[in-house]
Ligand binder design. Structure first.
Ligand SMILES: *[C@@H]1O[C@H](CO)[C@@H](O)[C@H](O)[C@H]1NC(C)=O
Ligand SMILES: *[C@@H]1O[C@H](CO)[C@@H](O)[C@H](O)[C@H]1NC(C)=O
Ligand SMILES: *[C@@H]1O[C@H](CO)[C@@H](O)[C@H](O)[C@H]1NC(C)=O
Length: 669
C-alpha cells in the first residue's frame, strides 16, 4: 500500500456537499491540525500565539441522548431515533474483560507501561485517571529552539523508536534529534514493599551525535521530565537546585498505588528547575511548558522553568540540565506509605549499577526470546535481525491504553437537543497496538488483526487482553467503531472532520485471522496447558460477541442474492473519482466498478466472510454447541468455499483471474 493510501485508509472523508471539492485528507491539512510545535521564540515571544492554540475542542458533556429532526416527531422519525439509540447501546452479553483470567495478577502485571505511544517517552497506568509521566527536551535545528514531546514527523529526526521492548516490563529506545542523541530505557519491577503495579525506572542517556562540520557541537542538554495526576491529586515538589548524586524530586499519593516517590540519581552534575501547575488538561502539556519557558525567558533571558508552583499543583515538570554526555536515572516507587516499604533499597535496585545490570539482563532475554519465538536461525544477517527486532519492539512499545468515548455521527437532519450532530458511545477503555506513533497513535479495528498475528506469538496473554478490549466495544447491532479516538490526548491528533464514526461503515473483520491461528494452535497443542485453558475460556466467551459481529456483516453488507457480499456505502454520485473509493474495505482506492450499485459483488469481502464463517464453525465445534447456528456457519462456510459458485460469481474466463463484479466501464473521457 502506498503512503498516500495509508493516509486515507483510516479516514472517511465526509461526503462532499454537492458541487464542492471532494475532501481528501492531505498531509498538509493533517499537519495543521496536528499542531506541530514551532520554535520557541525566546526574546520575541508571542504569548498570544503560544497560548491561543486551543482548537475549540467540543465539550464532551452531553445532557442526554435525545435526538430530534427539524421536521418534528413523525412515526418514522421516532423509529429512526430508536434505531440511533441502539448504536450507542452495548451488546447485552458478558464482558470479555470481566473474565477471571484478566483480573488479579494479570491485571496488575500490566498496570504500568509505556502506554502513551503519541509522545516520545510516555508512561501511564491502565486506569482511566492515571498518574502520567513523560519526557520533553529542547532540540536545536537551524539555530532555533524546539520543544520535543509529541511524536511528529516534522521534527525531522533521523531516527526514533524502540530497538527492543517486551511489551511488559522492559524497553529501550533510541532517538536522534539533529546533533543530540538520546537513549531512553524503561524498566518495571514489583519489589518487596511496592504498591499496586510495582515500581518503574527510566534511564536517559544524552550525548552528541556526530555532526557535519558546519554545525557547532552542543555542550548542554535540557531535559524536562514530568509527572501529572489526571485525577487531580496534589503532587508535592521537593525543591532543590543542584543535584549531587541523587535526590528525591516529588512525592504524592494515588488511590490505586498508595503513596509514591519520584527519585533522581546521576553521577553527573546536574542543574534542576521546576514548575508546578494545576489543570485537568493533559493533552496540551507541550503548550504549557512552551508558554512557561517563553514567559520566563522574556523576563530573564534564561531558558529555564521559574522554580514556582501553582497552588495544589497536579502537574510537576522538572527541568534537568546537564553537560553532554550525561546519564540519569529516574525511579518511581509506590506503596511508600507503609512501614515496611524499603524505599531506599528499591530506589537503589532501580538506579545506578543495579539498573545497568537489570537492563542488560532484560535485553538478553528479549533477544533470546526473539530468536526462539520466531524460530530465527543464524543464517539471518545482522541488519535484517536488527530490523526485525525493531519492528517487534515498536509494535509492542507502541501499545497504548486509552479511555474515553467515541463520537458517533447522526444521520442528516438529526441533531441533539443542544444542537450537536453526534452521539457519544459509552465510556470505554481500549488497550491496543497503534499503526503509527506520529500519525495514527490510536486504535484502528482493521489494523489490529494484523498486529495480533505477531503479538500472539510473543505473548498470548497480551494478545487476548487487547482483543478482549476490542470485542467489548461491540454494540447491540454487532458493530464496532473502526477508528477509536478515546480521550483528549487521542483527539488532539485528529482533524475535526474525521472524528465522527459512522455506524453504517464496516471494516474488515481481521481479528478472525488471529482467532483462526489461536484455534489451530490450541489444536496443535502449541501452548502451555494453562494458556490453552485460557484461550478456550476466551473463545467460549467471545462466541456471542463474534456471532453478533458476523451477523452485522451478514445482514448489512449483503449482495443482491444472499450468497454474495459487497462493501456498502460507496458514493455512486461522485463525479470526482473514476472508481469511487471504498474506504470501509481497507483497500481504499482499489479499483472497483466505476458505477457503484447493488449488483456489485466484492471478492475480498467474500473471503473475509468465509474466514469468519470458518472460525465461527470451528469455535462452535470446539464447544460442541450443536445448535442450528453452528449448522448455519457450517453451511455458509461450505457455500463460500464452493469453487463452482466462486467461479460463476468472480472468475474472468479470458484472463483466468478472479475479480469483483459490477457495472464497470473502461470508456472514460
Ligand atoms: C489546553 O487546552 C485547554 C482546553 O482546550 C485550554 O483551556 C487551555 O488553555 C490549554 N492550555 C494551554 C497551555 O494551551
Ligand atoms: C446469514 O444470512 C443469511 C440470509 O441472508 C441466513 O440465511 C444465514 O442463516 C445467516 N447466517 C448466519 C450464520 O447467521
Ligand atoms: C451501467 O451504468 C451506466 C451509467 O450509469 C448505465 O447507463 C448503464 O445502464 C449501466 N449498465 C447496467 C448493465 O446496469
Amino acid at each position: 500500500m502506498s503512503g498516500g493510501s495509508r493516509r486515507t485508509t483510516r479516514i472517511r472523508p465526509k461526503p462532499p456537499a454537492s458541487g464542492s471539492e471532494p475532501e481528501r485528507p492531505s498531509a498538509g491539512r493533517r499537519r495543521e491540525r496536528n499542531r506541530d510545535h514551532g520554535p520557541i521564540r525566546l526574546m520575541n515571544v508571542r504569548i498570544c500565539t503560544l497560548l491561543g492554540l486551543g482548537f475549540g475542542f467540543l465539550a464532551l458533556l452531553l445532557v442526554g441522548f435525545f435526538v430530534y429532526s427539524s421536521g418534528g416527531g413523525s412515526e418514522e422519525e421516532l423509529a429512526e431515533a430508536r434505531k440511533l439509540m441502539r448504536v450507542v447501546t452495548p451488546l447485552p452479553a458478558p464482558k470479555m474483560m470481566d473474565l477471571p483470567q484478566f483480573q488479579g495478577e494479570h491485571k496488575e502485571s500490566l498496570y504500568w507501561g509505556t502506554y502513551r505511544p503519541n509522545v516520545y517517552l510516555g508512561i501511564r497506568a491502565r486506569t482511566p485517571k492515571s498518574l502520567i509521566a513523560g519526557l520533553m527536551w529542547i532540540g536545536i535545528k537551524d539555530g532555533q529552539y524546539f520543544l520535543r514531546h509529541v511524536c511528529q514527523d516534522s521534527d525531522g529526526f533521523s531516527t526514533y523508536g524502540w530497538t527492543d521492548h517486551n511489551g511488559r516490563d522492559y524497553g529501550r529506545q533510541k532517538i536522534v534529534d539533529q546533533g543530540l542523541s538520546l537513549t531512553t530505557s524503561f524498566l518495571k519491577e514489583k519489589g518487596h514493599g511496592s504498591g499496586y503495579g510495582g515500581d518503574w525506572a527510566v534511564r536517559i542517556n544524552v550525548q552528541n551525535e556526530k555532526l557535519s562540520l558546519e554545525e557547532a557541537e552542543l555542550t548542554n542538554a535540557h531535559l524536562f521530565f514530568y509527572l501529572a495526576d489526571e485525577g487531580g491529586s496534589i503532587l508535592n515538589v521537593v525543591p532543590r537546585k543542584l543535584f549531587n548524586k541523587g535526590a528525591l524530586l516529588a512525592t504524592g499519593s494515588h488511590k490505586e498505588v498508595g503513596g509514591w516517590e519520584l527519585h533522581l540519581k546521576s553521577l553527573d552534575n546536574l542543574e534542576a528547575h521546576h514548575a508546578g501547575f494545576r489543570t485537568r488538561h493533559m493533552h496540551n502539556l507541550t503548550e504549557l511548558v512552551q508558554g512557561t519557558l517563553a514567559v520566563y525567558g522574556r523576563r530573564t533571558g534564561q531558558l529555564q522553568l521559574p522554580d514556582a508552583s501553582e497552588e495544589s499543583s497536579n502537574i510537576l515538570i522538572f527541568q534537568i540540565s546537564a553537560k553532554l554526555p550525561s546519564s540519569l536515572d529516574i525511579a518511581f516507587v509506590s506503596g511508600t506509605n507503609s512501614k515496611s516499604s524499603r524505599i531506599e533499597e528499591r530506589v537503589d535496585s532501580l538506579t545506578g549499577t543495579a539498573l545497568t545490570s537489570q537492563l542488560k539482563r532484560k535485553q538478553e532475554e528479549f533477544e533470546e526470546k526473539y530468536l526462539t519465538c520466531f524460530n530465527i536461525k543464524d543464517k539471518v544477517d545482522s541488519e535484517a535481525m536488527a530490523a526485525g527486532k525493531a519492528a517487534l519492539g515498536n509494535l509492542l512499545g507502541g501499545i497504548g491504553y486509552f479511555y474515553g468515548q467515541s463520537k458517533i455521527s447522526l444521520p442528516k437532519g438529526f441533531k441533539q437537543k443542544d444542537g450537536k450532530d453526534f452521539l457519544l458511545y459509552w465510556p470505554a477503555a481500549l488497550f491496543t497496538a497503534v499503526p503509527s506513533r506520529s500519525f495514527f497513535p490510536r486504535g484502528f479495528l482493521w489494523d489490529e488483526g494484523f498486529h495480533q498475528l505477531i503479538i500472539w506469538r510473543w505473548d498470548v496473554k497480551i494478545c487476548m487482553d487487547i482483543v478482549g478490549h476490542w470485542l467489548d466495544l461491540i454494540n447491540i447491532d454487532g458493530w464496532i467503531p473502526r477508528e477509536q479516538i478515546l480521550g483528549a490526548e487521542a483527539l488532539s491528533k485528529v482533524p475535526e472532520e474525521y472524528v465522527l464514526q459512522h455506524p453504517s461503515n464496516g471494516n474488515p473483520p481481521t481479528l478472525f485471522l488471529l482467532l483462526r491461528d489461536l484455534i489451530s494452535n490450541t489444536r496443535m497443542k502449541s501452548f502451555s496447558e494453562k494458556e490453552n485453558d485460557e484461550i478456550n475460556v476466551f473463545l467460549s466467551r467471545a462466541y456471542i460477541r463474534l456471532g453478533a459481529w458476523f451477523n452485522w456483516f451478514n445482514t448489512t453488507q449483503l449482495g443482491k442474492d444472499t450468497s454474495n457480499f459487497y462493501w456498502h456505502g460507496r458514493d455512486e454520485k461522485t463525479t470526482k473519482e473514476l472508481n469511487p473509493k471504498t474506504l470501509t474495505s481497507g483497500l481504499d482506492d482499489y479499483p472497483r466498478a466505476s458505477h457503484p450499485n447493488d449488483d456489485e459483488r466484492h471478492l475480498d469481502l467474500r473471503c473475509w466472510m468465509l474466514l469468519a464463517a470458518n472460525c465461527m464453525r470451528s469455535i462452535g465445534e470446539l464447544f460442541e454447541t450443536k445448535t442450528s447456528l453452528e449448522k448455519d456457519y457450517h453451511g455458509m462456510a461450505e457455500k463460500l468455499s464452493n469453487f463452482e459458485i466462486l467461479n460463476k460469481m468472480h472468475l474472468d474466463d479470458v484472463s483466468g483471474a478472479y475479480f469483483d463484479f459490477g457495472n464497470h466501464t473502461g470508456r472514460f473521457v
